[in-house]
Structures are given as C-alpha cells and as structure tokens.
Design a protein around this ligand. Structure first.
Ligand code: GLP
Length: 244
C-alpha cells in the first residue's frame, strides 16, 4: 500500500476515462512510449475512450509500441477467442499504431521457451514498458500468473486454474473449448514496468481487491506484489472499492 495511488470512479465507464487520462499523459510525454496491454472485459471502456481520443486529435498512437500480457496456448492469432484477435478488434485496428509495433505472445509457437525468451528480449530492445495496464482475476491473477508458491519472473507457460477456466468459458462455445494453458508475462516482467495502471470494476472484484492491496504480499494472491511497485495507479469503481 506504500506507493499506490487510488482513484475511485462512479462507474466502470468513468474508470475507463480516468485510465485513458493516464495513458494520454504517458504518450504526450513520450510519443514512442511502450504500453503494456491487457484483455478481459475490464479494459473495454478504456479502449473505447482511447480510440475516441485519437479520433478527436488528443492522442497520437503512430509511434507507440505495445506489448500484450498474455495469450492462450494453442490458439492461432486469428482464432475468434485469441487475445491477438481481441486486441485487433477492440483497439489496435482502430488506432494509428503500426502493426509491426504491436506484440502478443504467440500461442502457436513450436518452441514456447524460445518464444518467451524472444518476447522478453523484444521488450528490452524497446527500452522496457513505460506504462502497463492490468486487470485482475477473481483469484488475484495478473496476466495469467495464477496463485503459486512463488512469484514467476519472466514470460512463461502456465496451466490455468479451474477458476480461471470457468471465468473465461463465457467466451467459448463450451468449457471443453477453453484452452488449459497460456503464455504470460511473468510477475518480474510486469514489475519491471516503469508505471502500472490497474483497473478493477464490479462488486464481484471487491473481495480480491481488498486482499491485493490491504492484505499480506503473498504469491497465492499474485497481484499483491504490486504493493512493492513504486508507481501504481489503482482505478476502481465504487462497486469494487472495498471500503465505504
Ligand atoms: C483474463 C486475463 C487477465 C484479466 C482477467 C480478468 O484471465 N488473462 O489479464 O485481467 O481475465 O478479466 P475481466 O476483466 O474480464 O474480469
């Protein structure tokens, strides 16, 4: 809790606008900023706002680079439920960012370890992530870093927990279609970002939000490590904020 700045919005829509202010400021200061992006329903209001702000001439994405947190193992980039497709549909295809300046882990890589290594190297060659966006899973996962007995450092393959598979089944035809594994930036990769913006909205996230920032730092609640990051902005809506 030492360094966390907290902004409380009335609604999820407004939380998206507050998050857009953060990204707008980062890009205004550094037009070739490296932004870390996330999937899930939480960032959608932010992405809509970023698209609108570029159309209104307030942000210019033409020099920005983006690195996504994670991808399902085994899904092709153009698969309906792949995170690459999600990013194209909800943000990247609608802004002026150059396709070659956007990276998402490759779910179909033959040599996953090599791909993970190259992913880290690419981010490093860009000078690291300037501003990383995060959502949170109900078990406290960030990216796809699930509860474990340690904090994994680098981009790596993970097995998804039953809770995450269940939470994400709403996007697939049946639970059997949900991939059981994924590739995710590590906790170390995330913590290396210069600035972190986490958005948490909805009453169903209240309990995990409380554990994350007001409980002990514990790898069983992966997001709790954020208490040790020097520049975190937590943006939540009233429904998710754990205190009255
Ligand atoms: C997935 C993603 C996470 C995301 C989480 C929560 O598991 N890998 O990055 O934060 O879902 O998603 P939602 O925002 O839809 O609750």
């Amino acid at each position: 809790m030492l360094h966390t700045r907290i902004l409380i919005a009335d609604t999820a829509e407004q939380a998206g606008k507050l998050a857009a202010d953060e990204f707008e400021a980062v890009i205004a200061k550094k037009p070739a900023a490296v932004i870390g992006l996330a999937t899930g329903s939480t960032p959608l209001p932010l992405y809509r706002e970023l698209i609108a702000r570029e159309k209104a001439g307030k942000i210019d994405f033409s020099k920005v680079r983006s690195a996504n947190l994670d991808e399902y193992k085994g899904l092709a980039p153009d698969h309906e439920q792949s995170y690459r497709k999600f990013m194209q549909d909800n943000l990247l295809s609608h802004i002026s960012i150059k396709p070659e300046n956007t990276i998402v882990p490759l779910g179909l890589a033959e040599d996953i370890e090599k791909m993970c290594q190259e992913y880290e190297e690419k981010i490093e060659s860009w000078g690291g992530v300037d501003c990383q966006l995060l959502g949170i899973g109900h078990d406290g996962h960030i990216g796809f870093n699930e509860p474990e007995d340690h904090f994994p450092a680098m981009t790596h393959e993970v097995k998804l927990t039953e809770m995450t598979i269940n939470a994400n089944k709403r996007f697939f035809d049946s639970i059997d279609d949900v991939p059981r594994a994924a590739i995710t930036m590590g906790i170390g990769t995330i913590m290396a970002a210069k600035k972190i913006v986490m958005i948490v909205t909805g009453a169903d996230k209240k309990e995990i939000l409380k554990k994350t920032f007001w409980g002990p730092v514990d790898p069983q609640v992966p997001a709790s490590i954020l208490q040790f990051h020097p520049d975190v902005t937590l943006i939540c809506d009233k429904a998710a904020y754990p205190f009255d």
